[in-house]
Design a protein around this ligand. Structure first.
Ligand code: C2E
Ligand code: CA
Ligand code: CA
Ligand code: CA
Length: 280
């Protein structure tokens, strides 16, 4: 639908003219930013709720723009997806996250997978080769890389998804379904996806204490994961009351501001040292 939209200018308006000009500008800036290596990854710890151990780090991209400062991903990921620039940007993120995780291992700091977000465009291209190259380039074993794919990406082409997930699974990488519960999922497909983990979307966590519907959905996702023998992680946990509630529902893992915001790589060692000495 997006591809067709780009070539149909029949309903051209002043407003669209303005928007496409801005879009072109952003596209050119993104391309330059990639060339000039202005992107950085921040890392958000993922925690085992029972043991409090750090069981992962999610890599989240930011654009360190010379004039605009640190630009959050929601400002440029949609344009990167639309233009296809997400493919080289995503490949870079995977390489960089693997390199960083290897460095943490070599320093004896962390032995946990790094989780990298993969968008739909990457999923339907040469994701297998990109993943293999990132692991090889970093000399990182596949078990230390997790790929987060959204539910909506998987549902775009279910058969393609099953094949791609199978290939990645056989390589030994971990697979998580991001934003679970927000898309048009068909639960019957879930058992055909060779995945390891479901992520309870932040939108169900925000009001979990006050909105019985959100609590019911979070509870259902957690039960579903347990029954399918998948791990389950809640994202966007900001308060200990939310954590207690999720823990009561049987949730295994969490990430959120309660533990840490996404951190620049240089701050991770410091976080790990303080974390091991602290209680939630
Ligand atoms: P996501 O994958 O669902 O990532 C979770 C987002 O929630 C992150 O926002 C994270 O900083 C934020 N978050 C985590 N804990 C909390 C919390 O306790 N409270 C609140 N209010 N927010 C929390 P961020 O880093 O701005 O990323 C936004 C989205 O951009 C991501 O959502 C993901 O869809 C996309 N993204 C980020 N990096 C990449 C990437 O390398 N590749 C792709 N394809 N997408 C990316
Ligand atoms: Ca994610
Ligand atoms: Ca999410
Ligand atoms: Ca999201």
């Amino acid at each position: 639908a997006k591809k067709a939209g780009r070539n149909t200018f029949r309903f051209y308006t002043q407003d669209m003219n303005q928007r496409s000009a801005e879009f072109l500008l952003l596209e050119n800036h993104l391309r330059l930013g990639l060339q000039k290596q202005e992107f950085v990854l921040h890392y958000q710890p993922q925690i085992d709720i029972r043991t409090r151990a750090v069981i992962g780090m999610e890599a989240l991209v930011r654009w360190q723009h010379p004039e605009l400062g640190l630009v959050p991903p929601n400002r440029f990921i949609p344009a990167a997806e639309e233009t296809g620039l997400i493919v080289p940007l995503g490949a870079w993120a995977m390489q960089e996250a693997c390199r960083q995780n290897k460095a943490w291992q070599d320093a004896g700091l962390l032995f946990a997978p790094v989780a990298v977000n993969v968008s739909a465009r990457q999923f339907s291209e040469d994701l297998e080769q990109v993943t293999a190259a990132a692991l090889q380039g970093a000399d990182l074993a596949a078990q230390w890389l997790e790929l987060e794919v959204t539910e909506s990406t998987l549902m775009e082409d279910v058969n393609e998804a099953i094949v791609m997930l199978g290939t990645l699974k056989r390589m030994g990488v971990k697979l998580a379904v991001d934003d679970f519960g927000t898309g048009y999922s068909s639960l019957s497909y879930l058992k055909r996806f060779p995945i390891d983990k479901l992520k309870v979307d932040r939108s169900f966590v925000i009001d979990i204490l006050d909105d019985p519907d959100d609590a019911a959905i979070a509870g259902a996702v957690i039960s579903l994961a347990k029954n399918l023998r998948l791990k389950v992680i809640a994202e966007g946990v900001e308060t200990s009351a939310q954590l207690d509630f999720l823990s009561g529902l049987g949730c295994d893992e969490m990430q959120g501001y309660l533990v840490a915001k996404p951190l620049p790589a240089e701050q991770v060692a410091d976080f790990l040292a303080r974390w091991s000495a602290k209680q939630l």
